[in-house]
Ligand binder design. Structure first.
Ligand code: SF4
Length: 474
């Protein structure tokens, strides 16, 4: 199947409601042929998971279109920017940029950027690594954020930007907000990790007009868990934000941090039925609580290894049987063939409100700062070239990229969480410093290292048999 053929079918299904179900079945078959049957370069079981993921996103989007919760304009925009360029790399001008980058640098350009332009947040969540409400919170100048996004597009051929925080919609600089950036880059797609409390009717309508924004709104479970971590009354505001987005026809997702406190909720079907079927989420990103930054004192919030495996099984069945589109940064490593940090593996880098450049939101160490690089006349590409980033990419290549038919255990893909000893000895360099004091302190904390190592060993003993049986021997 040619990729543009897929997009043509998608647009046809949007425009021809009476034939939508028939076209959807055709798309299911063609996707399966393209992703699973015709691919001889990856393990079949991995491709089946990738098919389940893409197919579930398709089904959720079309289902929400049927319900009138997403507009056809949004689906068309998503097809062009997100599906064709970001997922399928099918836009010629962008492919040219990417080919040139690879020829010059010997590795593929990052596929997206994650940026937290401001630390400001209007909530005070327990265990949060970035939390402040003052207007004077650290933030990046607007022209710097603008340049970061421009270079992501023009030097890497990428068109996907993830915005985090703090609370992204608190960002202000010189009277400019994120919406000014959404307007300036109509050919880029923005996903914002937000607490949702600032998304009123007016903002939702503006997103619908622009057509290049999808908020992923944080929930912790239902009302008890969400208000318990994020503050009383937050859950009600989140439901109102969903309502505003549905009425405006904007696709949205939910983002969930799995902890030892809410994982029982996340193991029950009614959680997924509620957010996907009743509230209209199109996708869900799951993050498992990482004991970094302020989290060091709350190690007990980490999901234990046995529960993480149960969440992995839940992810499998929710996607395969219910067509609920879910990705878990740790349990879904097969979708991306492993870790996507360090600007390698067609992945990303992360830039925070101070301009510090990190391999990933969950790797709180930085060897470069974007403000400094720009002052020195350098570009975003220079941010990928320090030894810390290079060492991370070498590990990724050895772990899962160089031999895609024989990758190591992708149920433990994370360079830091799942291979902590290796990270501290072989990836982290002396030039890299912690994003805060606690990140620096934990590097010489023997107890912390021991707890992380114990977790990794236990996880390995639980996931290696699954990896061998369900992926390698199939
Ligand atoms: S470092 Fe871990 S969390 Fe970050 S991209 Fe790699 S696997 Fe994902």
């Amino acid at each position: 199947m040619s990729n543009s053929h897929f997009t043509n079918l998608l647009i046809k299904s949007v425009k021809l409601p009476p034939f939508r179900r028939t076209i959807l079945k055709k798309m299911d078959r063609e996707l399966h042929r393209s992703i699973v049957e015709n691919d001889k370069t990856h393990l079949k079981a991995i491709q089946e998971k990738r098919y389940d993921f893409v197919d579930s996103m398709l089904h959720m989007a079309i289902g929400n279109l049927d319900k009138g919760w997403i507009t056809s304009k949004e689906i068309e925009k998503l097809s062009g920017i997100f599906v064709e360029n970001t997922m399928l790399s099918n836009i010629a001008s962008k492919r040219e940029i990417r080919d040139k980058f690879k020829a010059e640098h010997g590795f593929s350009a990052p596929n997206f950027i994650t940026i937290s332009p401001s630390q400001a947040c209007n909530l005070h969540c327990y265990g949060c690594y970035a939390c402040s409400e003052a207007d004077s919170s650290p933030h990046l100048p607007f022209d710097v954020v603008d340049r970061i996004i421009g270079e992501t597009r023009d030097k890497w051929g990428a068109s996907f930007v993830v915005v985090s925080g703090g609370e992204p919609y608190m960002y202000r600089d010189g009277g400019k907000t994120l919406v000014d950036l959404f307007e300036k880059y109509p050919d880029m797609f923005f996903m914002t990790y937000t607490n949702g409390t600032l998304i009123d009717e007016k903002m939702a309508k503006r997103f619908a007009e622009l057509g290049n924004v999808s908020p992923a709104i944080s929930v912790e479970g239902f009302e008890k868990e969400t208000d318990g971590r994020r503050g009383k009354g937050t859950y009600g505001k989140v439901l109102k934000a969903f309502d505003n987005l549905r009425k405006a026809g904007v696709p949205f997702g939910i983002s969930v941090t799995a902890t030892s406190r809410n994982c029982e909720t996340l193991l029950k079907d009614d959680f997924y039925d509620f957010y996907f079927e009743q509230q209209g989420a199109t996708y869900m990103w799951q993050f498992q609580f990482m004991p970094i930054g302020r989290g060091k004192g709350v190690f007990d919030l980490v999901v234990p290894p046995d529960k993480r495996v149960l969440l992995y099984r839940k992810w499998e069945t929710q996607m395969h049987e219910k067509k609920h589109c879910i990705a878990d940064f740790w349990n879904s490593g097969v979708l991306t063939h492993g870790c996507v940090a360090y600007g390698g593996n067609r992945g990303y880098i992360y830039i925070d409100w101070n301009g510090d450049i990190m391999p990933c939101v969950f790797v709180p160490y930085s060897a470069d700062n974007i403000l400094k690089l720009f002052e020195e006349g350098k570009t975003m590409t220079d941010a990928l070239m320090n030894t810390f980033m290079r060492k991370g990419r070498i590990w990724q290549n050895e772990y899962s990229i160089n031999d895609k038919m024989h990758p190591q255990n992708l149920l433990m893909p994370c360079s830091i969480r799942d291979h902590y000893i290796n990270f501290s000895k072989n990836i982290l360099t002396a030039q890299a410093s912690g994003e805060n004091n606690e990140a620096d302190e934990i590097m010489s904390d023997g107890e912390y290292l021991q707890k992380m190592d114990e977790y990794d060993r236990k996880l390995s003993s639980l996931t290696q048999p699954i990896w061998e049986k369900d992926y390698l021997r199939r």
